[in-house]
Design a protein around this ligand. Structure first.
Ligand code: ATP
Length: 229
């Protein structure tokens, strides 16, 4: 489970994430919805330990994130980080991650199989991957350490409808096995089909939160929140 309390991040005089608090429960998919620039990526980067907050606390399984050794074993993150790996092959990217996490090389093959990347594809450099292949590789990377928590920033980007169905099935299975999934999107229809609970962020602040039915019950407020977010 992820808990976030009072998370705040400022860039100069601009507050990108403004006193954000929420819980993403184990066994559930939590959708994180908001328009471009709302603060989703910044929040997720803080949860992954890639950006430092100015205030607030984030915990995973009750432990403060900064206190967790080898966080990749606890938090799997999918960001569009392919640029930093462009010159490596898919297999090299996963092998490096396995080594960093202290996992056996056989885990690389398991992950390639899970995301349906063939041997030939795994030998190609990431710079030559399609967006969909990069997303598959990113998901393999995120799941490598069998983390308790999975954070995905716009995972549907670049996936075709079959890829999106595949990813939904994978994430549902992961949540059913007890994982907590936090998944961002700027499109309501992408989130509502998979999420048990939803958070709506606008201009750095959480403007609505609840289960899909709770949000639909207060549809007026919710629609207004999405529109103004
Ligand atoms: P998108 O879907 O477009 O990525 P987002 O909801 O993920 O949107 P963020 O990327 O978190 O939004 O950005 C939130 C705000 O913070 C934006 O106005 C962005 O310009 C600003 N911001 C993000 N990173 C930085 C940075 N390193 N320096 C300055 N401003 C930043």
């Amino acid at each position: 489970m992820i808990t976030v309390q009072g998370l705040t991040k400022r860039y100069g005089g601009f507050t990108a994430v403004d006193d954000v608090s929420f819980v993403a429960r184990a066994g559930q998919v939590t959708g994180f919805l908001g328009p471009n620039g709302a603060g989703k990526t910044t929040t997720m980067r803080i949860l992954a330990g890639l950006t430092h907050q100015d205030a607030g606390v984030a915990t995973v399984g009750g432990h403060r994130l900064q206190d967790i050794p080898n966080p990749g074993r606890h938090v799997g993150i999918l960001l569009d980080a392919s640029a930093q790996h462009a010159g490596r092959t898919g297999r090299e990217v996963l092998t490096l991650a396995a080594k960093t996490m202290g996992l056996p090389g056989s885990r690389v093959d398991e992950m390639l199989e899970l995301v349906s990347l063939s041997d030939d594809e795994a030998k190609r450099r990431v710079r030559n991957y399609s967006l969909g292949m990069r997303q598959r590789l990113g998901i393999a990377h995120a799941l490598m350490g069998d983390p308790q928590v999975l954070i995905l920033d716009e995972p549907a980007n670049g996936l075709d409808p079959a890829g999106i169905r595949w990813m939904r099935g994978l994430l549902r299975g992961y949540a059913e096995r007890g994982g907590a999934v936090l998944l961002s999107s700027h499109l309501l229809h992408e989130v509502e089909q998979i999420a048990d609970e939803m958070l709506v962020i606008g201009r750095g602040k959480i403007v609505a939160a609840g289960t899909k039915s709770e949000l639909l019950a207060s549809a007026g407020t919710f629609v207004k929140a999405v529109d103004t977010a």
